[in-house]
Design a binder for this molecule. Structure first.
Ligand SMILES: C[S@@+](CC[C@H](N)C(=O)[O-])C[C@H]1O[C@@H](n2cnc3c(N)ncnc32)[C@H](O)[C@@H]1O
Length: 389
């Protein structure tokens, strides 16, 4: 495949100076035909025509052995399926790497890889030359992966028949971060995941659709109010749809780490202040909540009566009182405590995951490590972040 525009017009010296360098992508795959279509249409097609993306297909079959161009063989040790052989993959990758000008970064698309996230896409868009290796069958001989691949990336926790679709997904997601690919470069910064939040809802004409009006604030032309409304919608949506992201967002607000872009407003979320001497929580069943806080969280009990149970939570008192009718949906506080052992965290995590009430909190820099932080909604719906000491 060719960079169409660059091939079809004269490029002046002035043009050459100002034109951004294209991102060169070589895709090593057994099925080059797979890529006809997705890379030709819409924004990706335009980016290629405009010389921002320079995509090349490397047919792995051409590197096969013998007259049948064999590229796969049976798996050592027995078992079903075939494995792509090291030799043809190594040759194809080496040729692909040598074909670009700058240093190539080689990615193997694999369900065992690190998750493809917006952050990872942004980093990949910084490279001059990406070589994408698509697996087929059971996988690829490990020795060539060890020698030639810089990182393994997965597009999700499921297994596809081959790596072509994952490669297309990666190219699409990475291209959006290449300046000039989407019309307005700022747009990518406002999409989901960029502010640790999902995007807000969007509306266009007509003003009334089947009786439903566009939110009034969007018609007023007041920029600050619009921005505030959009942010609070994004926060609510994230909390409802992706509590894991929401917890991460809260954790970043609270830790003082800078959240990129829009100013973080901690107070907006009513996070329990360290300074307050007591936090009072209404609960549905005093006994149930008491047991949960004592056994699962190991909080020290200070006093109890029929109408009140008091725990110590760091330097504060946590006072439980009956009176809650329904579980809290939109928790007004983020409660925090430290657990004494990783085992306790594991137990709590197992409960939270089984009940669909929470999960591990990703750790910056080590997203794959043993979790040392978790979040969950307690039996009354209050939001907790716990970490091991
Ligand atoms: C059938 S899969 C191999 C699965 C492998 N035996 C395993 O269980 O991890 C064949 C190829 O599809 C691609 N693939 C499948 N699922 C993927 C995913 N979730 N993300 C990225 N690539 C994937 C990879 O290139 C993989 O080598």
């Amino acid at each position: 495949m060719k960079r169409l525009l660059a091939a079809n017009r004269e490029v002046s010296v002035a043009d050459e100076k100002t034109e951004p360098k294209p991102l060169r992508i070589d895709i090593v795959s057994l099925f080059p035909g797979y890529f006809q279509g997705p890379l030709d249409s819409s924004i990706l097609g335009r980016a290629r025509n405009n010389g921002l993306l320079d995509v090349h297909l490397v047919d792995l079959r051409k590197y096969g052995e013998g007259s049948y161009h064999q590229v796969d063989d049976r798996v050592y040790g027995g078992g079903p399926g075939m494995v792509l052989m090291a030799e043809p993959v190594a040759q194809a990758l080496r040729d692909a790497k040598a074909s670009g000008e700058g240093k190539a970064h080689t990615v193997f698309l694999s369900p065992q890889g690190a998750p493809l996230t917006a952050k990872r896409c942004r980093a990949l868009a910084e490279h001059e030359h990406l070589v994408l290796l698509c697996g087929h069958y059971e996988g690829i001989d490990q020795r060539v992966l060890d020698k030639e691949v810089d990182e393994e990336i997965s597009i999700g926790d499921y297994v596809l028949t081959n790596g072509c679709l994952p490669a297309i997904v990666l190219i699409d997601a990475v291209a959006r971060f290449k300046p000039g690919v989407i019309g307005n470069d700022d747009a990518a910064n406002e999409d989901s995941f960029e502010q640790e939040l999902l995007d807000c809802p969007h509306y266009t004409r007509p003003e009334v659709f089947e009786g439903e009006k566009v939110p009034e604030v969007l018609l007023e032309g007041h920029h600050e109010k619009t921005a505030q409304w959009r942010r609070s919608q994004a926060v609510t949506k994230t909390q409802q749809q992706r509590p894991d992201l929401y917890m991460r967002y809260l954790a970043l607000q609270d830790s003082g780490l800078e959240v990129s872009g829009l100013a973080a407003k901690r107070d907006h979320f009513g996070i329990a202040k360290q300074g307050a001497s007591a936090i009072r929580l209404k609960v549905r069943k005093l006994r149930t909540s008491r047991r949960f806080y004592r056994e699962q969280l190991g909080l020290p009990l200070e006093s109890e009566s029929d109408t009140e149970v008091m725990f110590r939570l760091g330097s504060q008192k946590l006072i439980l009182m009956p009176g809650l009718q329904e579980p809290v949906v939109d928790s007004p506080v983020l409660l925090e405590t430290e657990l004494t052992s990783p085992k306790q965290l594991q137990k709590l995590l197992a409960w939270a995951e089984k009940e669909g009430r929470g999960g591990a909190l990703p750790q910056d820099g080590d997203p794959t490590g043993v979790p040392a932080q978790a979040w969950f909604h307690d039996p009354d719906g209050y939001l907790w972040r716990v970490r091991t000491v």
